[in-house]
Design a protein around this ligand. Structure first.
Ligand code: UDP
Length: 477
């Protein structure tokens, strides 16, 4: 084989796009016979800070990558579907790109070794089939979530209806503990297209030539791997953790704020500070902000809190932004009272914060990138999922792996429920000096070491990556 092209179709969600871009550069660095074309769909609405929104595309130091910005799809789904189920809307939106993707691949006029598709883009497997090109999936979430997806697909086949919150805890083959209904993602209960579209994606996943997962084998329980080795499930390749440790594809934080935070952290005792940060879409209602502030204050634990403002009502589909003045939403006098012990900030470079020796715990929404970053830096978590698949990630971290304390694993954004200041107080104290804190820190340290070992020559992810390349080359020739 002289050279071969891989065509990537990432999803529009920033968390998916960033790890996909990183995976691509790692792939090309690892095997110089490959080059990559990245097809970028137009987001249906402003999804800033998605780097793919910008034109020209995000900078990359790796040659052999080209970007193709696809135009708007000819026949997008009606926006009303979005309000019933974002998952269904995104699936249909991607599907409406089929002819544009097909034309773009045909126009490449180079031999294409594979389509590498996001989990929301499985409909493009049909395009690959039409063109005689193998399709692979790059899954930006964990293997536990994949196991759950296949469970959901089986439910759709055997029972035919979505989950109901009043059902008893569920036995899901990939997990050793039974799963409370509340720990399932919101789409599992959505009879308006959420459940059925995710079941359809899971069915299509089985038609791929392989599923590449941003995780490492040692992280998950053996039950995950046995459930994923069942008949009908394609080969699994674990290549992670794929991390954007330099935050190359992220918004640039306020540099003055970053310097001040670093200076402050430098003066805190090791492993004493709890960091609160909730991903690119994380924000809270005013009453919830008050509960968090009161919980942090009464805990007496040192903290760094990345607090972001929800979009205004007429821009509900836009991501949060930094507050012009955080004092507007915090309890009166809060910042003066906690001065020296706690800080409130806006968007920060999360990976830099987690790397600091003063950080002893991370209150997180359990987005998969955040989990991997926390593991990499050996910081135990408190799990407070918000949206997407985060509840199932939180369940796995808390109940299956013992790497996180539970803030509230059955929390869903917009559920109308407030996590109380008492719950917050308890969880952050538990994280820093609870009975199990030392043990959890030890487990996290082991997981961190394993995550690093997985990537070096001979490690599980390094080897699996090699197997993926061998498979691609063998089936391409
Ligand atoms: N992030 C960051 N600063 C912030 C919030 C988030 O650098 O203030 C980064 C974080 O390091 C992670 C990503 O944004 O890489 C969030 O991805 P994740 O999968 O955890 O959650 P999502 O944003 O997709 O919900």
């Amino acid at each position: 084989m002289e050279t071969a092209e891989l065509v990537f179709l990432p999803s529009l969600a920033v968390g998916h796009l960033v790890s996909t871009l990183k995976f691509i550069t790692q792939f090309l660095d690892r095997d110089h016979r490959f080059s990559a074309t990245i097809l970028l769909m137009k987001p249906p609405f402003a999804l800033t800070p998605t780097p793919g929104n910008s034109d020209p595309p995000p900078p990359t130091s790796t040659p052999r990558i080209r970007y193709i910005h696809l135009p708007c799809p000819p026949d997008p789904p009606p926006i009303q579907i979005l309000h019933k189920s974002p998952e269904n809307y995104f699936s249909l939106y991607v599907e409406s790109y089929k002819s544009l993707v097909k034309n773009a691949v045909v126009d490449l006029v180079v031999p294409v070794a594979g389509l590498v598709l996001d989990v929301f883009c499985t409909s493009m497997i049909d395009v690959g089939d039409e063109l005689g090109i193998n399709s692979y999936i790059f899954l930006t979430s964990g293997a536990g979530f994949l196991g759950f997806m296949f469970h959901l697909e089986a439910r759709d086949r055997l029972v035919g209806v979505e989950f109901d919150k009043s059902e008893a805890d569920s036995t899901i083959p990939c997990f050793t503990h039974s799963v409370p209904m509340g720990a399932l993602p919101q789409f599992a209960f959505n009879g308006d297209g959420g459940f059925s579209s995710m079941a359809k994606q899971a069915r299509k996943l089985k038609e791929s030539k392989g599923i590449i997962i941003n995780t490492f084998a040692e992280l998950h329980q053996p039950s995950v791997w046995s459930s994923l080795s069942e008949d009908g499930i394609p080969p699994i390749y674990t290549v992670g953790p794929v991390l954007d440790l330099k935050s190359e594809n992220r918004p640039t934080p306020d540099e003055k704020q970053s310097r001040e935070i670093k200076g402050w952290l430098d003066n805190q005792p090791p492993s004493s500070v709890v960091f609160l940060c909730f991903g690119s879409w994380g924000c809270f209602s005013q009453p919830q902000v008050m509960e968090i502030a009161n919980g942090l204050e009464s805990s007496g634990v040192r903290f760094l809190w990345s607090l972001r403002s929800p979009p205004p009502p007429h821009k509900q589909l836009e991501p949060p932004s930094d507050y012009a003045d955080v004092d507007d939403v915090l309890p009166e006098g809060f910042r003066e009272r906690v001065n020296g012990k706690g800080r409130v900030c806006g968007w920060v470079r999360q990976v830099d914060i987690l790397a600091h020796r003063a950080i002893g715990g991370f209150v997180s929404h359990c987005g998969w990138n955040s989990i991997l970053e926390s593991i990499w830096h050996a910081v135990p978590l408190a799990a407070w999922p918000q949206y997407a698949e985060q509840q199932i990630n939180a369940f796995e971290l808390v109940r299956e792996l013992g790497l996180a304390v539970e803030m509230k694993i059955d929390y869903h954004r917009d559920c109308g429920y407030l996590v109380s200041s008492d719950q917050i107080d308890r969880a952050v104290r538990c994280l820093i000096d609870g009975d199990d804190a030392e043990e959890m820190r030890k487990r996290m340290k082991e997981a961190s070491e394993k995550s690093r070992e997985a990537l070096v020559h001979g490690g599980s992810s390094y080897t699996s990556f090699g197997n993926l390349i061998d498979n691609m080359v063998a089936t391409f020739l």
